[in-house]
Design a protein around this ligand. Structure first.
Ligand SMILES: [Zn+2]
Ligand SMILES: [Zn+2]
Length: 108
């Protein structure tokens, strides 16, 4: 049931919509709200796996930027993830000075 928004009278349902019997105001039938089914797109969240095991410590000849010592422990950490179907992998080289324990890293 609808009432005229112009004069407040009862509106009769016709094939064209609701028509006011008093003033002739017509509300077209196709004004009904279309229920849109908006599909929620679930984006795959990037999963990053960081792996660094201390077992892979290797002593290498690397100059410490802090004390100038020429020996450092080296290990790697690998960060991999998938974004938009593209697989990415990033390896970071970590160093730790054998003398002053200063640590730094390089990303390849
Ligand atoms: Zn009316
Ligand atoms: Zn050092």
């Amino acid at each position: 049931m609808k009432f005229c928004n112009e004069c407040g009278s009862y509106m009769k349902k016709t094939k064209n919509g609701f028509q006011c019997r008093k003033c002739g105001n017509l509300i077209p039938a196709n004004t009904r709200l279309s229920s849109k089914n908006v599909k929620k797109i679930e984006q795959p969240s990037s999963v990053y796996v960081v792996s660094d095991s201390e077992d892979e410590y290797v002593k290498v000849s690397q100059t410490c930027p802090k004390c100038g010592n020429k020996e450092a422990f080296r290990w790697f950490s690998r960060i991999s993830g998938e974004h938009a179907g593209i697989r990415r992998e990033r390896t970071t080289e970590h160093f730790k000075c054998t003398k002053c324990s200063h640590s730094w890293s390089k990303t390849s």
